[in-house]
Design a protein around this ligand. Structure first.
Ligand code: HEC
Length: 152
């Protein structure tokens, strides 16, 4: 009889453990760069050459903008690695500043899309591409420089 009780309790504990999910990175940084900001920023940049033609296409621009905003969270959670296995430098102040740039640019594009204004979306695209290039200049295109200890 006692054995049965123990087995049942163990089953409950396992179910509770499975119900809890703690955020943890799965993909490397390059993989999430290719899967999230790359297609979503392209969708926003496309407005430069072709205005959204209906409600659904405008919603797509809104959704892409929110993906950019939320991507800031994915690049700042600890434990992710770059393609080369080095840790993503989430403890660095400038890394977090660049991540913050994604939030600001994505929100600007979101507001522009909500206005249903192609001109406003085109207006946010400079900010959007800068939010990428500011970080890429330092951490992607010159990774050795970023990894080097800061000069006093
Ligand atoms: C906070 C820093 C940061 C921001 C902001 C950022 N990136 Fe990146 N990105 C990187 C780093 C670092 C890599 C290299 C990743 C690796 O080696 O694993 C990278 C790589 C990439 C790649 C892969 C390139 C390849 O070789 O295939 C793409 C695509 C990309 N980023 C797109 C974007 C876009 C689009 C934005 C803006 C909407 C953006 N990134 C914003 C840091 C950033």
């Amino acid at each position: 009889m006692r054995v049965v009780v123990v087995v049942i309790l163990a089953g409950v504990a396992t179910a509770q453990a499975q119900a809890t999910y703690k955020p943890k990175p799965v993909a490397n940084l390059k993989q999430i760069m290719r899967s999230i900001p790359y297609p979503n920023s392209n969708l926003i940049f496309d407005v430069q050459s072709k205005s959204p033609k209906d409600e659904m296409e405008w919603k797509n621009v809104e959704n892409a903008s929110m993906a950019i905003v939320e991507f800031a969270n994915l690049v700042t959670i600890p434990g992710r690695v770059l393609e080369n296995g080095q840790p993503v430098p989430v403890e660095r102040a400038d890394w977090n500043k660049y991540a913050r740039g994604l939030v600001d640019a994505g929100q600007a594009c979101y507001q522009a899309a909500r206005k249903r204004s192609p001109e406003a979306v085109i207006g946010c695209t400079d900010r959007l591409s800068e939010s990428c290039s500011h970080c890429h200049d330092v951490y992607r295109d010159r990774p050795q420089a970023a990894a080097a200890p800061k000069k006093p």
